[in-house]
Design a protein around this ligand. Structure first.
Ligand SMILES: Cc1cc2nc3c(=O)[nH]c(=O)nc-3n(C[C@H](O)[C@H](O)[C@H](O)COP(=O)(O)OP(=O)(O)OC[C@H]3O[C@@H](n4cnc5c(N)ncnc54)[C@H](O)[C@@H]3O)c2cc1C
Length: 289
């Protein structure tokens, strides 16, 4: 990002933040421990507070007494991350790593000259979930089944489906045939999109004429059309579905979140050995729920 780019956006961004902080209850606030005070030891140090890291830290914190430190290279979520429609304002800003792809041969075909393009990745507490569009679409069952067929037992769609269901709090329309594929009471709120445009209606209709039914894309059949499921309910609840906020829920232990902490990998053989996944016998039974 160039200096002039920053200067041009500084005032509008400052005004927008001021407005958001005054209008939205949760914007600019959080309840996890982000003080600079560190303990002398931690039972677990998780690097990266994105969807994966925050979930891992939150699950570990369910065991009373464990000390968990979550290290994050970026800072705290900016106020505009509480309003899903403002996601474009987060891209290429301070909460983004500002990566750019190399020149593409097989993608970006809609671009003249197939140039490189910005590639958003969150550098902020909550990682990419803090800057993403909040659409909820599970990976396709065929991909999971293919991974298992490639020699990864336990990764078939049948194996991972219980975890999708467990993590979901589905508040959308219930259809008899797909109800068994949804979960209720989990940490991730999922609901139907409530607005349809003439363009979207026309698109769905055109799909039907081509033989693509309007389906629940997270149900048994995953190829078809539908408007997106979204993972939020209201502006105040948006924060609940962002990964960083998982760590704010009351649990057995508190997670300490340290922003601005870039942890570089140490590629020694010893650390690689330590990083191996635990065998079932090494796992803590308290987390096998
Ligand atoms: C613009 C955008 C829109 C998207 N829209 C959707 C959507 O609508 N629906 C959907 O399901 N998915 C969406 N995604 C994808 C989804 O957000 C990601 O797949 C998911 O968040 C990835 O989780 P992760 O934990 O693997 O990585 P991330 O969430 O990216 O987390 C990685 C974290 O690690 C930190 N980190 C990296 N290196 C270090 C280091 N050395 N030291 C300390 N910290 C470090 C990063 O700063 C980051 O916070 C979108 C992604 C983007 C970027």
């Amino acid at each position: 990002m160039t200096f002039s780019y920053r200067m041009r956006w500084m005032l509008p961004v400052a005004l927008l933040r001021l407005l958001l902080v005054s209008v939205i209850k949760n914007a600019g606030n959080h309840t996890y421990d982000s003080s600079h005070r560190l303990e002398t030891y931690y039972d677990f140090i998780v690097v990266g507070s994105g969807s994966a890291g925050a979930t891992l830290a939150a699950r570990l914190s369910e065991v009373t007494g464990w000390r968990i430190l979550l290290l994050e290279a970026g800072g705290e979520p900016p106020p505009e991350s509480h309003v899903p429609a403002l996601y474009p304002a987060l891209l290429q800003g301070e909460a983004d790593w500002n990566f750019v792809t190399t020149r593409q041969r097989h993608s970006l075909r809609g671009f003249t000259d197939r140039v490189s393009t910005p590639y958003g990745r969150g550098k902020v507490v909550g990682g990419s979930s803090t800057i993403n569009f909040m659409m909820y679409l599970r990976g396709n069952r065929r991909d999971f089944d293919n991974w298992e067929a490639m020699g990864n037992p336990g990764w078939s769609y049948r194996d991972v489906l219980p975890y999708f269901i467990k993590s979901e709090d589905y508040r959308g329309t219930r259809h008899g045939a797909t109800a068994a594929y949804h979960g209720f009471g989990g940490p991730l709120t999922v609901e139907d999109k409530h607005w349809y445009t003439p363009l979207l209606n026309g698109f769905l209709k055109a799909g039907q004429q081509l033989g693509y039914n309007v389906i629940d894309a997270n149900g048994p059949e995953m190829i078809g059309d539908r408007s997106a499921f979204l993972s939020f309910v209201s502006a105040d609840e948006v924060a609940v579905t962002k990964a960083g906020a998982l760590c704010t829920r009351p649990r057995g232990s508190r997670v300490k979140v340290k922003g601005g902490a870039l942890r570089l990998p140490t590629p020694s053989n010893k650390s690689r050995e330590d990083a191996r996944a635990p065998t079932p016998a090494q796992r803590n039974p308290a987390l096998e729920r």
